[in-house]
Design a binder for this molecule. Sequence first.
Ligand code: ADP
Length: 396
Amino acid sequence: MKILVVNCGSSSLKYQLIDAETEKALAVGICERIGIDGRLVHTPAGGEKIRMEADMKDHKAAIKYVLDALTSSEYGVIKHLDEIGAVGHRVVHGGEKFASSTIITEEVIAGIEECSDLAPLHNPANLIGIRACQHLMPGVPMVAVFDTAFHQTMPQKAYLYGLPYEYYENYKIRRYGFHGTSHSFVAKRAVQLLGIDSNNSKVIVCHLGNGSSVSAVLNGKSIDTSMGLTPLEGLIMGTRSGSIDPAIIEYLMKKEGMDIDQVMDVLNKKSGVLGLSGISSDFRDLEDATAEGNEKAIMAVDVFNYHVAKTIGSYVAAMNGVDAIVFTAGLGENDKAVRKGTMSYLGYLGVEINEENNNTRGKEVELSTPDSKVKVYIIPTNEELAIARETVALLA
Ligand code: ADP
């Protein structure tokens, strides 16, 4: 069976067509600037990247271009649309309603709508993608895979904030966590590499990209994670502040004469390593600046690494130990300086690093030495494959 995986944002739509038997992507692509003008970048496996300016007035038009590209006689990878057995949709927020992936029905759509308050930028876009696919592929089963679902196993002590309990009861204000598909995929692979029983395993996953989060996975289940009600909490990120003293918000409003929207804009878009360094949110730029001795770049990366290491330490405490620590996503897979900087704090765990392996980029590798008490790995994440697997499992 071939599975179309769709990740729909407000003005973009990423897709992959995955062969469920071989687990290989037959084509990958992205539609950008939907509703503005429209551009499709489509890459058939082993083929050349095709770029097209396309008239995408809405997401339905974008999906139509994707389906045309997939079935094109020139650069397509299937002959007929009926070769697509199912569609797996990434959905950002499942609230407390969705603790696992689910086949999409009208009731599920209503449930995703209910969670839109919690992710006002993402869930409505995800729903538009679902509706557009339903319209263009009637009768094809669709599955929703939620970013939050994997973390629904967190115990109350991990997900409750120290706020009046009625806010949890009335508004469901609590920690949800994100990147769940990635944390789950990578943690499972780590247990395979460790060769231990999943029911007796302790894994810490560091998903470090533009948005970053760490999770504690005990016996295959997430028991804590650094992002919260929204993806703003936790680690310092590319442009997001991560956790700060909440009183800073009022203080800033008074000092800078900003309103709440302006402060939130600073916290989401102008903070993190971008705000600290004044240079960039992209660690490749910070690496270049560091090589030139730029003190602010050095400081920003230092702060980032320190926060990752502190979070790892707190999860070692939460699980009373750890078998493996895993680095994944753009930074985790590629940035040796971040990995080295983070791991430099982990000597107390008996972590010993194989410096040569730490030069690896984007490939699965063991970073720890054979004598290391705790194993450390790079495990590339593959959220699309994880979504395709979930889709197939639900339709079986
Ligand atoms: P997102 O959260 O948007 O999915 P990614 O997981 O793609 O982000 O990570 C993007 C970040 O990863 C970039 O901003 C960059 O800092 C970092 N990154 C990606 N590739 C490299 C690389 N080759 N070397 C160093 N850093 C990289």
